[in-house]
Ligand binder design. Structure first.
Ligand code: GLA
Length: 716
């Protein structure tokens, strides 16, 4: 396509995108919706869409382009705010070059007066209908440019898209779905200033027509792939047009672009669909195809993690018993959590000293790792490389490496401070320690934690350094991974505080939440599923009495809920009652039987169930296998539940429906006569059409229970 042409079109499976640039004007996203016929005159969209010019307005309506500018009269958020010591604060960039190809285009803008060049980059993934975009700014002038704001390409909203669904939460209560209405009076903003993508506000949202749900409503889903500070602004202007704009969040003076240098924004990833079900499925498929490390495509090992089992009590015989109990239940990986390194007898000390504590491990980690290997498990280790304790050798040697401004009282969280990784020597010291560990021991997996937020994130001179910190974390992970290509990394930040598509280029497992209470987990995991697929979701069976919530639950509920993700155990199996372990064993087998297809499955959250009843299903890509979790958190207002209708099956195929719970006898006690499915070894054969359109009746489900159904094609 030549640069003289004004329309740029991309087609996906379900949608088409048309970008339009007028007489050398900065392009706008003219259309993104239902897939258009091949023979389609984009010009007609312009004719149909011509807007009146109202009184008391500028002589030309400010374009809502990919790069809206104040100098064109745009009253929303301009894409760029920058200056050179107060000069060149007003800019007007113009389109000067276009390059486009089958699955992408670059629009080059320039302002010679302000000596700025900008590349707006757009990439189209036809397979998943995904638009990835970012902005690159080049400082052509002889003086440094202070960058206050630089947005990714701005995306318009469709008429009527005035409802926003965002993911928010807190420690141990992550991924909560929260809806807000968008009105022309109040722009909505999702911002994170904690230096991580954070449990408080996830860097992404869904914007759609009022009342959109799993299967209805036009929805735009977007995610800013960045693990540090950011802001997303959603606004409906007084002239009726709406937009969403995502950008990194800069602290004052943090981003200085030297003469001749460039600054590149994080990537914005977006897709359009009808309903949340299709939207989530696209996010999952895009993440799997384009982002996740390749090792996530292998069956994910069932693991045992030591944290809630032993906490800081790394007594040798206790750990050995745990390793043996892990192997006995069928675990394939043993992860030694916090407590193994120098001086780390509690959470007040040791961070920064990533050497094995000789007081606790006089012969190093070898004997433990050997035992793990003898038991045919791989070995994983917990680290928190971005942090430093006051009580550590590292701090005593280099107090100046702390990311806090010395002039003010420091803020600690969990008795810890952040290590300033933009100090090259600090970075090198940590990298060397981690590298030495990985060279000395056969470590297959790191659980990479990050337990405090970045506030007062300044260096010794009070220069803000939060942005550079995030870049340094990526670099550290990248360098370690390239030196140790087999290494798998899990992202953890007090649970699910740093799960985003940029960290997931490097980490293929996310520790979803510190909260192992199965009922809390059901909600957290369903929230997680909006953007993330099940195979990367760490989900552990905790103790009978959940450590975070104090609630008691039976092993069946705990195991069935943990089966929604990458199964693990985080209780002291060596001390669990025999009956509890026996109850858990069949679920281990179920996990191993199904994980291979779950890693490429489609996720369905069953719509229109009553409050207190939720349904989640995974359907294999080949539509031959599926698992369904029907969970009851509160009792029904009526004596019988409505039948559930499955989704995503092949209507003409025949399937066998069975209950996989190992506590069927227990569940039967809640009815005078239980449905056939609850009988031992019972199953029902029915067509996909009957299961999806007719529906299956449910047994009476007591509150705090979960039914696990499998529905496999007869030949599967
Ligand atoms: C964080 C993690 C936990 C555990 C502890 C160890 O809270 O989320 O899973 O690793 O740190 O200190």
């Amino acid at each position: 396509m030549s640069s003289a042409e004004k329309f740029f079109r991309f087609d996906g499976q379900k949608t088409s995108v048309i970008l339009y640039s007028g007489e050398a004007t900065i392009p706008t996203l003219l259309y993104w919706g239902e897939k258009l016929p091949a023979a389609f005159e984009a010009q007609e969209l312009l004719l149909l869409g011509e807007r009146p010019l109202t009184f008391a307005a500028l002589e030309r309506e400010a374009p809502l382009s990919l790069f809206p500018q104040e100098s064109e009269g745009f009253l929303g958020s301009p894409a760029l705010a920058a200056h050179r010591e107060g000069k060149h604060a007003i800019q007007k960039l113009q389109l000067c070059d276009v390059q486009s190809w089958e699955d992408g285009c670059t629009f080059q803008l320039e302002d010679q007066n302000a000596a700025l060049r900008m590349n707006l980059q757009l990439r189209w993934s036809a397979h998943d209908d995904f638009l990835t975009s970012w902005s690159e700014l080049e400082n052509l002038g002889p003086e440094t440019l202070s960058l206050d704001h630089l947005a990714c390409p701005t995306l318009p909203l469709l008429p009527g898209e005035n409802e926003v669904l965002a993911l928010g939460g807190r420690w141990a209560g992550e991924f909560r779905w929260e809806r807000s209405a968008l009105t022309p009076n109040l722009a909505l903003s999702i911002e994170q200033r904690s230096g991580r993508s954070g449990p408080e506000h996830f860097p992404g949202c869904v914007i759609g027509t009022a009342g959109f749900d799993e299967t209805h409503g036009s929805v735009l889903g977007l995610h800013l792939a960045w693990s540090g500070n950011y802001k997303i602004r959603i606004e409906r202007l007084r002239d009726g047009r709406g937009y969403v704009q995502a950008a990194g969040g800069f602290m004052p003076g943090e981003i200085q672009v030297e003469a001749g240098a460039r600054f590149v924004t994080p990537r914005l990833m977006a897709t359009r669909a009808m309903g949340l079900e299709a939207l989530s499925q696209r996010f999952h498929s895009f993440l799997r195809r384009e982002i996740l490390p390749t090792w996530t495509r292998q069956p994910r090992p069932l693991l045992v993690n030591s944290w809630e089992a032993v906490y800081f009590d790394h007594e040798r015989s206790r750990l050995e018993a745990l390793v043996e109990a892990a192997a006995a239940i069928g675990a394939e990986r043993f992860v030694l959590d916090d407590g193994w390194f120098l001086g780390r007898r509690d959470d007040r000390r040791g961070l920064g000293d990533w050497q094995v504590d000789p007081g606790v491990y006089p012969e190093g980690l070898r004997p433990l790792i050997d035992l793990v290997h003898e038991n045919r498990m791989s070995f994983g280790l917990w680290v928190e490389p971005e942090m430093i304790s006051r009580d550590s050798q590292l701090f005593r040697a280099h107090p100046e490496w702390v990311l806090q401004v010395p002039a003010y009282p420091w803020l600690e969280a969990r008795h810890q401070l952040v290590l300033n990784l933009s100090v090259e020597a600090a970075y090198a010291a940590i990298k060397e320690q981690l590298d030495a560990l990985l060279r000395s021991y056969p470590i297959d997996f790191l659980k990479w934690d990050m337990n405090r937020i970045l506030v007062m994130a300044g260096d010794q001179e009070g220069r803000a350094r939060a942005w550079q910190q995030t870049e340094a974390v990526y670099r550290l992970m990248d360098e370690l991974r390239s030196a140790h290509p087999q290494l798998e990394i899990e992202t953890c930040a007090s649970g699910g505080g740093r799960v985003d598509f940029e960290i997931l280029r490097r980490c293929g497992r996310a520790w979803t939440s510190d909260n192992n209470d199965p009922l809390e987990r059901l909600r957290i995991q369903a929230g997680f599923s909006l953007f993330f697929p099940p195979e990367i979701m760490g989900a552990h069976v905790g103790s009978e009495r959940a450590h975070i919530s104090g609630r008691r639950s039976d092993p069946h509920l705990r195991a069935i809920v943990a089966l929604q993700g990458q199964l693990g155990f985080e209780l002291d199996l060596s001390r669990s009652a025999e009956a509890e372990r026996a109850a858990l064993v069949p679920y281990v087998a179920l996990y191993k039987e199904h994980r291979h297809w779950i890693a490429s499955s489609r996720v369905f959250r069953l719509p229109q169930l009553r409050p207190g009843l939720a349904g989640l299903g995974y359907v294999a890509a080949a539509q031959d296998r599926s698992l369904w979790w029907i969970s009851s958190s509160a009792s029904a207002p009526v004596s019988q539940e409505e039948p559930i209708k499955l989704r995503g099956l092949a209507p003409e195929q025949r399937y066998r429906l069975r209950v996989e719970n190992q506590n069927k006898a227990e569940l039967r006690r809640f009815m005078q006569k239980a449905p056939r499915l609850l009988e031992d070894d019972a199953s029902i054969i029915a067509s996909g059409a009957a299961l999806m359109h007719g529906g299956a009746s449910l047994p009476v489900l007591p509150p705090e229970s979960c039914l696990l159904l499998s529905c496999h094609r007869l030949d599967a």
